[in-house]
Design a binder for this molecule. Structure first.
Ligand SMILES: [Zn+2]
Length: 143
């Protein structure tokens, strides 16, 4: 299973104690999922939330991107069917044809950028349509 997560320690709003948040994205049963869990070490504050769909909450995306850095998706191999690429992109991102064309241009030139799980998910959708694509993960931000 392709998965990426990050653990963040923050302050609990209820008691001021240390709250540990566990944030992640993963691919399961052909869908892109995101999840967030939190638990306070000092009081009873805790939650667990999980959902799937093309839209991962921006807060979760940013946490993953700042921890792991962005991944880049590129087309590989010989010229692929533009129609197949557009269909895959429209399905993954739920965008209009015009928007899909802009994404396809990006994919062909600089590559698409997103979280590792998002790019792996898009790559899988492309592969289902016989479009070969590869994900390059960039180095994590310096620390
Ligand atoms: Zn607390």
């Amino acid at each position: 299973m392709i998965t990426q997560g990050v653990k963040i320690a923050t302050r609990c709003d209820a008691c001021g104690g240390v709250l540990t948040r566990d944030i992640g994205q993963f691919i399961d049963r052909g869908r892109l999922w995101w999840g967030t869990e939190g638990a306070c070490q000092s009081c009873t504050v805790a939650w667990c939330e999980q959902d799937s769909g093309s839209e991962t909450p921006e807060e979760i995306r940013q946490a993953l991107l700042s921890e792991h850095g962005p991944a880049r998706l590129r087309l590989i191999g010989p010229e692929t069917s533009p129609v197949a690429v557009l269909r895959a992109l429209r399905e993954v991102y739920g965008v209009t044809l015009t928007q899909a064309k802009a994404l396809a241009d990006e994919l062909k030139t600089t590559g698409l950028v997103g979280t590792l799980v998002e790019m792996e998910f898009t790559a899988a959708q492309l592969r289902q349509r016989s479009v070969r694509a590869a994900v390059e993960s960039s180095k994590p931000s310096s620390r």
